[in-house]
Ligand binder design. Structure first.
Ligand code: UDP
Length: 363
């Protein structure tokens, strides 16, 4: 008999939902996290009464009723709707690409005119079967949108040419012919009132947790502790990088407290030109309609992940996907290890999909 039924490595959303389910099933669980706090990348830090999304903006959105009901048991969500604004050379455009964007760009006022403009640009480019992000973007939204709102941002974000990136990344963004600035198409959306820590703390209530605890620093010990492991860290690290390192993008957040009430009037402003070194500025208070006297902003600088920095985005190009497939083969042979989440599955997951996967995990 081992001390625990489950050792869960990583206390982000995947780990926390699994821990909750395991406890509910009567299992004895230990959750460890190498950081000095729980919650992984959804962790918020309260500064000046504002919940700062420490690891980048997290907006919960889903079309899955079960997932929405699940998270709403633990915390109430506000009515925040993500409507980012893009700044290109000082001019502002609404996102996602919609009639407001097309009006600002071309002066068109009717959907038919916008559709005709895009069709004309698509035909000029002559793309039949888009093979990469550049081709996909042009065929979805036309060349002007691509050059103004996509190319510079994407190349900063990914450090790769749009022609070398997978098409699916840009399919995350809707293109609409209505005056609707909602970034997501999902039925449900919001930010937990009081921040994500409430959700995580409730999921982990009554469960033994240890922060500042790195699995890899004491692997042999931890492997003997529990019948089963749920691993949410990087899969290549789990296997000692034996086939080589997977690539990730990391973000450096330059966070400032400003002595003003409202800096940019919106939670998210993207800077889509290549020459501005950051991709976007997040003004955290607007996620919760804050009225505090001060404000906190974070500029996001994207770069290639190196050891010691945080891996945020998997680079799902062909080369990395092929490498991941090799690790996945090893993972499939494990009897007592479940791999889940962005890093362990090397997948550009959103929070709702992570929750959905964790609700399906065989616990
Ligand atoms: N994107 C873009 N321009 C923008 C915002 C997004 O070209 O102003 C592209 C870019 O390639 C980015 C992708 O759309 O990587 C997905 O954007 P999303 O906002 O979903 O990224 P996340 O919030 O996950 O960083």
């Amino acid at each position: 008999m081992k001390q625990y039924d489950y050792l869960i490595i990583g206390s982000g959303l995947y780990g926390a939902v699994c821990a909750y389910r395991a406890k509910a099933a009567g299992k004895k669980v230990l959750v460890i996290d190498k950081r000095n706090h729980l919650g992984g990348n959804v962790f918020c830090e309260n500064v000046e009464g504002i919940n700062v999304h420490k690891y980048g903006a997290h907006i919960f959105h889903t079309s899955n009723k079960e997932v929405w009901a699940f998270v709403n048991q633990f915390v109430e969500f506000n009515r925040y709707t993500n409507s980012p604004v893009a700044n290109f050379r000082g001019k502002l455009y609404n996102l996602p690409f919609n009639m407001n964007t097309f009006y600002a760009l071309w002066g068109v006022t009717a959907p038919q005119e916008a559709q005709a403009k895009i069709a004309e640009q698509r035909n000029e480019a002559g793309i039949v079967n888009p093979q990469n992000l550049e081709e996909q973007a042009i065929s979805l939204a036309g060349k002007d949108i691509y050059e103004t709102l996509i190319k510079g941002y994407t190349e900063k974000q990914w450090g790769r040419k749009c022609s070398e990136l997978p098409a699916f990344i840009i399919k995350r963004l809707p293109v609409r012919f209505t005056f609707d600035n909602n970034y997501f198409n999902d039925m449900y959306q919001g930010i937990p009132i009081g921040g994500y820590n409430i959700l995580i703390n409730k999921l982990l209530a009554g469960i033994e947790t240890k922060t500042d605890t790195n699995f890899f620093e004491n692997r042999t010990f931890f492997e003997t502790l529990a019948e089963k492991i749920i691993f949410t860290g990087a899969i290549d690290e789990f296997y000692g990088f034996r086939f080589g390192k997977l690539e990730y993008r990391t973000i450096r957040f330059e966070t400032q407290t400003l002595d003003c009430e409202n800096f940019q009037g919106n939670a998210v402003v993207n800077y889509t030109e290549r020459e501005v070194p950051y991709t976007r500025i997040i003004e955290h208070k607007h996620f919760e309609f804050g009225t505090q006297p001060k404000t906190i902003i974070s500029r996001e600088y994207s770069s290639e992940w190196t050891a010691g920095s945080e891996p945020f985005y998997p680079v799902n190009d062909d080369k990395n996907n092929a490498l991941y497939a090799k690790y996945q083969q090893l993972a499939k042979q494990e009897q007592n290890v479940i791999f889940g989440g962005r890093l362990a599955e090397y997948k550009y997951y959103d929070m709702d999909k992570i929750t959905e996967q964790a609700l399906k995990a065989e616990i």
